[in-house]
Design a protein around this ligand. Structure first.
Ligand code: FAD
Length: 568
């Protein structure tokens, strides 16, 4: 099994800051050659043009705001009772129960802007009291029963990439907390090529899984931006969506079954290929965020590795033209596997951040076509060559009808090569005194324009001040016949005095605004601790009661990740 390196404590990436590349399309993939670098090596500074653009747009003065040394991060002593520790060590083995500083710090919180601010500022008050590493479903079930009996909170830990406070371990009763790290359960246990099914441990990360599947000519094709670190169990627990989810489906669509260990016993859920035996209980575990128990095994639907991949860039004159074009593609089931339409702000920022001769050429080509201010669309098709050709031909006709101009393969290929690089860039921007965060929602095609306007207005009003404006950049991705998700990246001059409050206020305003305009609370980041005050707005009071009743049955003492999902 390939090595799965630990993540750095105060930012993104393993010890060394290399950018991930994935062996995506299979043999026969079209080679489109070098190309435009939309994101540079993480060690390099932002291109000057991008820095000037940000300083002008934001009223930001670049300044050094480095994190405190890891050794200075404050960590309270572990509160795990000695006898519980001994019982866990008896169950799992001494080496799989840890209370040392590094193990606890590495499982403190996730990777949201708020998480990073805390860790960079030396605060690890959300660190677990101990870390346990079970090796099987049976061990996990016994561990959960023990923790329930002894009132120890259990927070499942996959890759630690939650961006909604999913790992904060908040407990109204302030009981000791145990991070249950699934990294020992990280292998493929069964491959059924004939049925396109594989069974995988929850701690397996994307790169290791794709590598194992490639040996059988298979792929899962789930590629979130957190691909390098996020795990199969985390994907299932948060209902994640990958960059190609328009084509291959969201992670929920890829799960054929799973095992959920709870304090009350073990549930085996999902019956491929299909069953009509009452409501599908699998849906209760997907998106359960550790609040109902620990996912200890996942059965996934896989597919043959694509024989070809075509990625390219297009440019629309306006955002409205772009949305109309995508909507039309969606209605006729012609959406490519990857669809990403950037608004004018995101398009401009991407072009400025791109370095090298390729970027200059592209900027020139766009200007020549009167598209310097347009909206960039990246599209990608993968699969069997004749199908890719036919789907592309049909989609291209629609794009042209909506006034899109083709800007070529280099743009698409460059996006593909650098699509996992943005989190590294975020660390550098934070080092220079910036607020950098993202949020996401989904809306029907009819509601999308209003949601887009509402979120942008709310963020601008909340983060704007005399001489200071946030930069709000959006893109639409993950298309459906009924609508699409909207992903928003915000950059602003950080309020060094009250940085947490600055973002909390903006996030509150944006969430209220997007819900009022008809957006969903989240399209793929999940609820966590950050969104739970709004859950009732989406599922209603009776919906919350139903979830509470299920939790009460599976987790009667409320030890399973009590700080997420359900409102207080
Ligand atoms: C830079 C960056 C980019 C991202 N890009 C995307 C993206 O493109 N698409 C997307 O959907 N998300 C994205 N995310 C969010 C995050 O990666 C996803 O939510 C991911 O699914 C979390 O997986 P994980 O293994 O890291 O889970 P963790 O962060 O470890 O846990 C997430 C939640 O699930 C629970 N959990 C974890 N494992 C289990 C388990 N085995 N059983 C029960 N509960 C469990 C945890 O307790 C927690 O509440 C991104 C995050 C970052 C930081």
């Amino acid at each position: 099994m390939p090595e799965q390196p630990e993540m750095t404590i105060q930012g993104w990436g393993p010890g060394s800051s290399r950018v991930a590349t994935v062996a995506d399309a299979g043999e026969g993939a079209e080679e489109t050659g070098g190309g435009l670098e939309l994101t540079r090596d993480p060690e390099l500074p932002l291109p000057k043009a991008a820095r000037r653009h940000l300083a002008r747009e934001l009223g930001w003065t670049p300044r050094a705001t480095p994190p405190v040394a890891v050794g200075e991060i404050r960590l309270a002593p572990s509160r795990l009772p000695d006898d519980v520790r001994a019982a866990l060590a008896g169950l799992l083995g001494e080496e799989h129960v840890r209370t040392d500083r590094e193990s606890r710090l590495r499982r403190a919180g996730g990777k949201s802007y708020l998480d990073l601010l805390r860790r960079r500022g030396g605060d690890a008050s959300d660190a677990p009291d101990a870390v346990a590493l079970p090796g099987s479903t049976a061990e996990t079930a016994v561990l959960l029963a023990l923790c329930s009996e002894r009132d120890v909170v259990v927070v499942p830990f996959g890759g630690g990439t939650s961006v909604v406070g999913g790992l904060a371990g908040v407990d109204p009763d302030d009981r000791p907390s145990l991070s249950v790290d699934l990294s020992r359960m990280a292998s493929v246990s069964d491959v059924d090529v004939a049925s396109s099914l594989v069974t995988v441990g929850p701690g397996m990360r994307g790169p290791a899984l794709e590598e194992a599947l490639a040996e059988h000519g298979l792929t899962l094709g789930h590629l979130p931006q957190s691909f390098e670190f996020a795990t199969v169990g985390g994907y299932a627990a948060t209902r994640s969506a990958g960059q190609a989810s328009t084509g291959v489906g969201r992670f929920d669509d890829l799960v054929a079954g799973l095992t959920l260990a709870t304090p009350s016993g073990v549930l085996e859920l999902g019956h491929p290929p299909a069953s009509a035996a009452g409501p599908d209980l699998l849906g209760l575990a997907l998106g359960s965020e550790g609040a109902l128990g620990v996912i200890t095994e996942v059965r996934l639907r896989v597919r043959p590795r694509p024989r070809t991949a075509v990625y390219e860039g297009w440019s629309f004159r306006t955002w409205e033209d772009g949305l109309a074009g995508l909507q039309r593609l969606a209605r006729h089931d012609l959406l490519p596997d990857v669809v990403r339409l950037s608004d004018p702000e995101e398009t401009r920022a991407n072009l400025l951040n791109a370095g090298g001769a390729g970027a200059r050429l592209l900027r020139g080509a766009l200007r020549a076509r009167g598209r310097a201010e347009g909206c960039l669309l990246v599209v990608g098709w993968e699969g069997l060559p004749p199908l890719v050709r036919a789907r592309r031909r049909a989609a291209v006709g629609v794009l042209r009808e909506h006034g899109a101009a083709r800007v070529g393969r280099r743009v698409g290929e460059s996006w593909r090569r650098h699509r996992f690089a943005a989190p590294y860039l975020r660390d550098r921007l934070m080092d220079a005194g910036l607020l950098v965060e993202t949020l996401e929602t989904a809306a029907t095609w009819s509601a999308l324009p209003a949601v887009y306007d509402a979120v942008r207005r709310a963020l601008r009003e909340s983060l704007g001040a005399p001489g200071r404006q946030p930069l709000v950049m959006s893109h639409v991705s993950h298309g459906y016949a009924t609508g699409a998700s909207l992903y928003v990246t915000v950059l602003a001059d950080r309020d060094d005095g009250l940085p947490l409050q600055q973002w909390l206020g903006a996030k509150r305003a944006a969430t209220d605004a997007l819900l009022a305009a008809g957006g969903t609370l989240t399209h793929h980041h999940a609820v966590g601790a950050d969104h739970r005050p709004w859950l009732e707005r989406e599922v209603g009071p009776l919906g919350v009661d139903v979830l509470r009743a299920v939790k009460q049955r599976l987790d009667p003492r409320g030890v399973c990740n009590p700080g997420v999902l359900l409102p207080d």
